[in-house]
Design a protein around this ligand. Structure first.
Ligand code: IPM
Ligand code: MG
Length: 356
């Protein structure tokens, strides 16, 4: 069997972490008699440098013709001064939109071996999923920067949602919750924002329209959710929220697992093709130094095998291999603690590979 994977290494630590993930995918391919055919595509800062735009049309084509997309990270100080649509991040938003990837799934699970790296005093059994709406809200709404009639520089972004954008993401959350502990918390700011009031109404409408047996739905205001994630993260099973809130809450929640460097993500649309990427950025400060933690990217490939390639057993193999490497004391700098072995990015990749 052949599976076509579009590979976007991106900027900063992107190439180093993706390289580790590809080695692991190749080994998985041998074990499961699957040929992974990698097509490399440019996006982000490197694409701006080489083609003048953050998301060349060719990249969109390659991704659309693939079974799934693996992405490292984009961005860096070199391109920070670019205009809005000439920034590396515009490439990432563009590919999410072009592939219709409205559902971003970010599992936040504290691996036993890392319980010491969780900053909370009492850190047992943190296992939640953030379902973030990915192609709506303030990221894609009408925006403008201009000088007003009094000469003041003014800028605005619009957070807008359509009913169907809310109902389709709510359904994803309900489906996921039915495979887990059955508890959905919808996060909004309905005490202030119109878009949140519609969000809340549609989420409940979708919930009562379908017979979600054994599911429980409740609402939480985003400021309270930010606090509750630290106060008592175990109350959460599936969190569903709009784009910007999900961006912020998922970085916060990632720390519960010990490091931003541990969190994988899957971005899905209506078809099977998805985009898989770590939730962290391109970490330009440590780029090219072989110091980055490749585990979020490696765990993202496990999500790819599970959600896009129908290879659940292979996904489990990778997750178990990561567990074993951590249990043996392998650590990159971001999750290092006393008595453990400090590994480079490539050494960590090798350590996981050895466990497969
Ligand atoms: C993420 C990132 C991106 C986002 C940035 C790089 C545009 O923070 O995937 O969470 O805000 O969506
Ligand atoms: Mg983010």
């Amino acid at each position: 069997m052949t599976k076509n994977i579009a590979v976007i290494k991106g900027d900063g630590i992107g190439p180093e972490i993706v390289e580790q993930a590809l080695k692991i995918l190749s080994k998985i391919g041998e074990r499961y008699n699957t040929h992974f055919n990698f097509s490399y595509a440019l996006m982000g800062g490197i694409a701006i440098d080489e083609t003048g735009e953050p998301l060349p049309a060719e990249t969109v084509e390659i991704c659309k013709n693939s079974d799934s997309v693996l992405l490292g990270a984009v961005g860096g100080p070199k391109w920070d001064k670019g205009e809005g649509n000439l920034r590396p991040e515009a490439g990432l938003l563009g590919i999410r939109k072009a592939l219709g990837l409205f559902a971003n799934i970010r599992p936040v699970k504290l691996i036993d071996a890392l319980s010491g790296a969780c900053p909370l005093k009492d850190s047992q059994k943190i296992d939640l999923i953030i379902v973030r709406e990915l192609i709506g809200g303030a990221y894609f709404g009408k925006r403008e920067t201009y000088i007003d009639e009094n000469g003041h520089r003014t800028a605005y972004d619009t957070m807008a949602y359509k009913d169907y954008e809310i109902s389709r993401i709510a359904k994803v959350a309900f489906r996921l919750a039915s495979l887990r502990r059955g508890k959905v918390i919808s996060v909004d700011k309905a005490n202030v924002l119109d878009s949140s009031r519609l969000w809340r109404e549609i989420v409940h409408q979708e919930f009562s329209k379908n017979e979600y047996k054994n599911l429980e739905l409740s609402d939480m205001l985003v400021d309270n959710a930010a606090m509750q994630l630290i106060r008592n993260p175990r109350q959460f099973d599936v969190v569903v929220t709009e784009n910007l809130f999900g961006d912020i809450l998922s970085d916060e929640a990632s720390m519960l697992t010990g490091s931003l460097g541990m969190l994988p993500s899957a971005s899905l649309g209506v078809g099977l093709c998805g985009l898989y990427e770590p939730i962290h950025g391109s970490a330009p400060d440590i780029a090219g130094q072989d110091k980055a933690n490749p585990l979020a990217t490696i765990l993202s490939t496990a999500m790819m095998l599970r959600f896009s390639l129908n290879m659940e057993a292979a996904a489990n193999d990778i997750e178990k291999a990561v567990d074993s490497a951590l249990n043996k004391g392998c650590r990159t700098a971001d999750i290092m603690s006393s008595g453990m072995s400090l590994l480079s990015c490539s050494e960590m990749g090798k350590a996981v590979l050895n466990e497969i």
